[in-house]
Design a protein around this ligand. Structure first.
Ligand code: ADP
Ligand code: MG
Length: 243
């Protein structure tokens, strides 16, 4: 079943007298539980695409469907979506636990006990159970990103969006988190768009990868398809080059 569909999605920014086409007629659809990696060089339109799906950026043209329903015009909080950014964006004055429960308190009518239970389960899954009473400033970068991931996952969203979530971590931790995120994905089975500029991440993590260049989608396929049968020279060059 299709869970998320982008139809002829366009985003233009006007920059004084200039017009920048950041996302140019992008079409893609994700099956329920699919982990799709959106990959491409810096400035190609990855974040803008995600931000439109999350409702953080208006859509110039086209449509976005979640579970067959258009979400155009709806507020971010009314979309069944959770998003994780590169800079963890945790609430600095709240503990890890408060960071994770805040969204549930604001957007659901779950009782305190249920919220507590869900936060504890998620913290266990993310390996941060011992950190629940700490504030962000007491945590390392890797720990903060786990809390940020936990905060998103605990909401049990229909769609999970991640924008370069590992790029602030050092190489060793990044490799470890890659494996963990993949395991988590298998466990949770939530429809995910994972944005990265890192080819290795794309090739190792994606059920399918979508390769974007200059706002235009170049190819969508399994990592092996894109590797063995690149649609064009850009794809061949991008996948073949070291990250
Ligand atoms: P990526 O995430 O792939 O690095 P972005 O989606 O951030 O790329 O940016 C795509 C293009 O849109 C870039 O040319 C960028 O400069 C432009 N852009 C992004 N946001 C804005 C904005 N708020 N105003 C003007 N131009 C923007
Ligand atoms: Mg970006």
């Amino acid at each position: 079943m299709t869970q998320l569909e982008l139809k002829n999605l366009v985003k233009t920014f006007s920059d004084g007298s200039d017009e920048v086409v950041a996302v140019d007629t992008v079409n893609m659809s994700l099956n329920d539980g699919e982990f799709l990696v959106l990959v491409g060089p810096s400035g190609c339109g990855k974040s803008t695409t995600l931000r439109m799906v999350a409702g953080l950026e208006t859509v110039t043209e086209g449509d976005i469907l979640i579970g067959n329903e258009s979400v155009i015009g709806s507020e971010p909080r009314d979309r069944d979506i959770a998003m994780v950014f590169q800079n963890y964006a945790l609430y600095p004055h709240m503990t890890a636990k408060e960071n994770m429960s805040f969204g549930l308190k604001m957007t659901t009518d779950l009782d305190t006990e249920t919220i507590e239970q869900r936060v504890t389960e998620t913290a266990e899954m993310m390996g941060i159970k011992d950190l629940l009473n700490d504030q962000p400033k007491e945590l390392s970068g890797g720990q903060q990103q786990r809390v940020a991931l936990g905060r998103a996952i605990v909401r049990d969203p229909a769609v999970f969006l991640m924008d370069e979530p590992l790029s602030n971590l050092d190489a060793k931790l990044r490799t470890k988190m890659r494996t963990e995120l993949k395991r988590l994905q298998n466990e949770l089975d939530v429809t995910t768009i994972y944005v990265t500029h890192d080819q290795t991440e794309a090739m190792t993590m994606g059920d399918r990868i979508a390769i974007l260049d200059d706002g235009v989608l170049q190819q969508v396929g399994t990592p092996l398809e894109c590797y063995h049968r690149p649609a064009n020279r850009f794809v061949a060059g991008f996948i073949g080059s070291p990250s």
